[in-house]
Design a protein around this ligand. Structure first.
Ligand code: GDP
Length: 452
């Protein structure tokens, strides 16, 4: 079962429970059994699911709940909290700080997306003003260095590796030394993967770890491996002190449950998820918004209320319609920017939508964000109607971009940046396709409870 289906099944089970006239033991059991089935089908470990069921039953003791208590809400809240608990083993063992040198070692099996993720992680921080560097200590796989080099060059991130040297420890130490001297604040060491867990892989990891003394070891795991995730995560954790997990390929037909199990197994939190092959298809992972999103609630409700508050009445139905169609054009982006600028304390509305807040409008940098949005709008003013209304990404060829840049008096680089932003938002928007849009206030009470 893919993640969206899992969320749908759990939501449906809760909905059915909510529709029952009286909530008694039987109704609660049916609801929990439904949720259990959905989680098991998503490859969540049996023990975790059983514990979750027991915990919910303990919390929701129907006999103890006095009449008048809103049982539905208490059950929904318990399910939400238990799902969060399952996904949230606490903070990573270490959090790097900008301007202070940290060594981050990446481990994981070959093919898990480790090398790609190293670059995504570096690129993510680079965009935020860090000075990252990449070290390729994978001497096992032919072509590993070339791949890292290619990625790093594309992202303009300094890298270190060797075609000749076969000792990964030596390369790792040299690379870390060099980048420490160059005052890089995030030194990322990509280690070898191997096809399967084997003693030599773990031995090599241990040696690289001992020699480079990483501040944080990140375990990269492919979300599609299902049940095997548990054992794999545990084996890595036992060999080297994994402090955080990054789950990749969440865009595919991932059985998210495997990832959930892995988190529980390692007692290490998931800090990012990979959502595509491209460098910027990488998202910070936060448990509560994730579970809210999974269940199709929470995040959206506050957002919807804000839309009702801010977007002029006559434009609301149209915007909501567009939202549920999942069809995001540049014109919609333009109109939303207008709304954002209109409403004063910038960032409030769209900060509720995953994706908008962290990248486009980071907290505390409202002025810069506002200036950026205005620049984007100036560029969009130089676009034709066809360009604004199209959702064909191929339409924006080089000559169009150059024309827009000239028209707006901005460098082509900025037009490209704006289009990247558009693509990112369009992707998030597309996830809302088919979303049942709650009416004003309909979801807010529930979500306030859930997010409390
Ligand atoms: P490594 O052997 O663990 O270093 O794995 P690579 O970084 O070479 O990645 C293996 C394959 O997975 C490549 O084709 C990547 O493009 C792809 N990949 C990595 N992360 C993601 C992701 O989040 N989503 C998708 N769809 N593909 C990914």
């Amino acid at each position: 079962m893919v993640l969206a289906q899992l969320g749908g099944s759990i939501s449906r089970a809760l909905q059915q429970m909510s529709n029952a006239t009286i909530i008694d033991e039987k109704v609660l059991n049916e609801c929990l059994n439904e949720i259990t089935r959905a989680l098991l089908q998503s490859d969540v470990q049996f023990k975790l699911v059983r514990d979750m069921q027991t915990n919910i039953k303990k919390i929701v003791n129907l006999d103890d709940l006095a009449a008048g208590h809103n049982k539905r809400k208490i059950i929904q809240q318990a399910v939400f909290n238990e799902l969060c608990k399952m996904l949230d083993p606490g903070k990573p063992s270490f959090t790097p700080k900008k301007g202070k040198t940290s060594v981050i070692m990446f481990v994981g099996l070959q093919g898990s997306g480790k090398t790609t993720t190293c670059t995504k992680y570096a690129y993510y921080h680079q965009k935020k003003g860090w000075k990252p560097a990449l070290v390729c200590a994978d001497t096992f796989r032919a072509g590993a260095f070339d791949q890292l080099k290619q990625n790093a060059t594309k992202a303009k991130i300094p890298f270190y590796g060797s075609y000749m040297e076969s000792d990964p420890v030596k390369i790792a130490v040299e690379g870390v030394e060099r980048f420490k001297k160059e005052n890089c604040d995030l030194i990322i060491v990509d280690t070898s993967g191997r096809h399967k867990q084997e003693a030599s892989l773990f031995e090599e990891m241990r040696q690289v770890s001992e020699a480079t003394k990483p501040d944080l070891v990140i375990f990269v795991m492919d979300s599609s491996i299902g049940q095997a995730a548990f054992d794999q995560a545990q084996a890595f954790k036992q060999s080297v002190s994994v402090g955080a997990v990054i789950v990749t390929k969440m865009d595919g037909h991932a059985k998210g449950g495997g990832a959930l199990s892995a988190v529980a197994a390692t007692k290490s939190p998931v800090i990012f998820i990979g959502t595509g092959e491209h460098m910027d298809e990488f998202e910070v992972f936060d448990v509560k918004p994730f579970v809210s999103r999974l269940l199709g609630m929470g995040d959206w409700s506050g957002f919807m209320d804000k839309i009702h508050e801010v977007v002029p009445m006559d434009q609301q139905p149209e915007l909501l319609q567009k939202l549920s169609e999942g069809n995001f054009t540049l014109r919609i982006m333009y109109e939303q920017f207008q709304n954002i600028l209109k409403m004063g304390p910038i960032g409030q509305v769209f900060s509720m939508l995953p994706g908008f807040s962290s990248e486009l409008m980071p907290k505390g940098r409202e002025k810069e964000s506002q200036a950026k949005i205005k620049r984007y709008m100036t560029m969009m003013d130089s676009m034709t109607n066809e360009e604004l209304d199209s959702n064909n990404p191929k339409l924006m060829n080089e000559s169009r971009m150059m024309r827009i840049a000239r028209g707006a008096g901005r460098p082509v680089r900025e037009v490209m940046e704006m289009l990247d932003e558009y693509k990112r938002l369009a992707k998030i928007w597309s996830k809302m396709k088919g979303l049942k849009i709650p009416k004003k206030g309909e979801m807010s009470a529930l979500s306030r409870n859930m997010n409390a």
